[in-house]
Write a protein that binds this ligand. Structure first.
Ligand code: NDP
Length: 317
């Protein structure tokens, strides 16, 4: 496993990270979830992602992830969580108010059974809370040592720019991480998000690098989703189905040829392609089985040659 700096921060993260959305605390059994985390840790992954709302109820995935990481030295891994989405029916059970952020950080620390998280993300932008209130709450949590770095997830470029400007103006702790979607089928961050974050020293921790499994080649045109896959699982299949277009599956078929020529699986090619950019700190994968982790980590350190990158560009154009 190779490691990269998280933006301009001093934190080193494995270039492949493991997340827990739609898997741990949701559909993947507890023992299997723990086995995936163990496989990841043993393969050198030191970067584990969660959120307060992942799992079948708030903090459910955090409890499983906390249990899975309990055997390891806390200093040896980087643990992240997030808040924004509703956790209950109360008027203050959502968003990025000082109250909700503080409440959620406390509950997340309890669920994960740790004293601090390394990165705390604002899971989306909250148009109802004054940005300065959110930034000051994050700054206080860093000062208290409950979070070490703050990050944003899927904020618009102008929202990131405003946040960075206010942090500079008020001399607050800066954002260290941005967590947007990025994969061969969704490249919107290349032209807007990445340049702003590069300027501000913010590293990208990109989610769904395999487009939720589509970029492994297991979903085929004209065939139903393979048994046991996310695309065939009632609670979660809607998330995959929206990207299972003819157009995307046709691209995947051609990409499989490129992967074969490069001597890689399609999943490995898709991850190595993401890691071609220096702005990416980690590609944040999900895994429902330890074998998937084993296969995907082999993308670390793979440098795609110019010819391969050009062929991929042609297919994605
Ligand atoms: P991926 O694109 O990596 O998809 C992961 C899924 O693909 C797995 O659960 C598995 O699904 C399948 N898969 C993975 N590897 C293989 C393989 N080698 N062969 C076959 N199938 C494979 O990422 P996710 O969409 O799961 O997102 C990753 C993480 O990013 C999340 O866990 C979460 O931490 C974070 N995230 C953050 C968001 C945000 O808003 N900030 C939003 C979404 C995700 P299966 O076996 O079930 O088919």
């Amino acid at each position: 496993m190779e490691y990269r700096r998280l933006g301009k921060s001093g934190l080193k993260v494995s270039e492949i990270a493991l997340g827990s959305w739609l898997t741990y605390g949701t559909v993947t059994e507890r023992a299997q979830s723990i086995a995936c985390v163990k496989e990841a840790y043993d393969e050198g992954i030191n970067h584990f992602d969660c959120a307060n709302v992942y799992g079948s109820e708030p903090h459910a995935a955090e409890k499983v992830l906390g249990e899975a990481l309990a055997p390891y030295d806390r200093d040896s891994y980087v643990l992240t969580t997030k808040a924004f989405w509703p956790t209950g029916k109360g008027v203050n059970d959502r968003g990025l108010s000082r109250k909700h952020i503080f409440t959620q950080v406390e509950q997340s620390l309890r669920a994960l059974n740790v004293e601090y998280v390394d990165i705390f993300y604002c899971h989306r932008y909250d148009a109802e809370t004054d940005l300065e209130e959110t930034l000051r709450a994050l700054d206080d949590l860093v000062t208290q040592g409950k979070i070490l770095y703050a990050g944003i997830s899927e904020w618009q470029p102008n929202q990131i720019a405003n946040g960075v400007r206010l942090q500079r103006e008020f001399n607050l702790h800066k954002f260290a991480a941005s967590q947007p979607v990025y994969n061969m089928l969704n490249r919107y961050i290349e032209h807007a998000v990445i340049p702003i974050c590069d300027d501000a020293g913010i590293g990208q921790v990109v989610f769904s690098p395999l487009a939720q499994g589509i970029l492994t080649g297991k979903y085929k045109r004209g065939q139903s989703a393979p048994e046991g896959s996310r695309g065939a699982t009632d609670k979660v299949k809607a998330f995959v189905e929206r990207s299972l277009s003819e157009r995307n599956l046709a691209k995947v078929e051609r990409l499989e040829g490129v992967a074969k020529e490069a001597g890689l699986s399609l999943a490995q090619l898709a991850i190595a392609w993401i890691l071609r950019l220096d702005s990416i700190s980690s590609a944040l994968i999900g895994a429902s089985k330890p074998e998937q982790v084993k296969e995907n980590v082999k993308a670390s350190g793979v440098k795609l040659d110019a010819d391969t990158v050009e062929k991929i560009e042609e297919i994605l154009a």
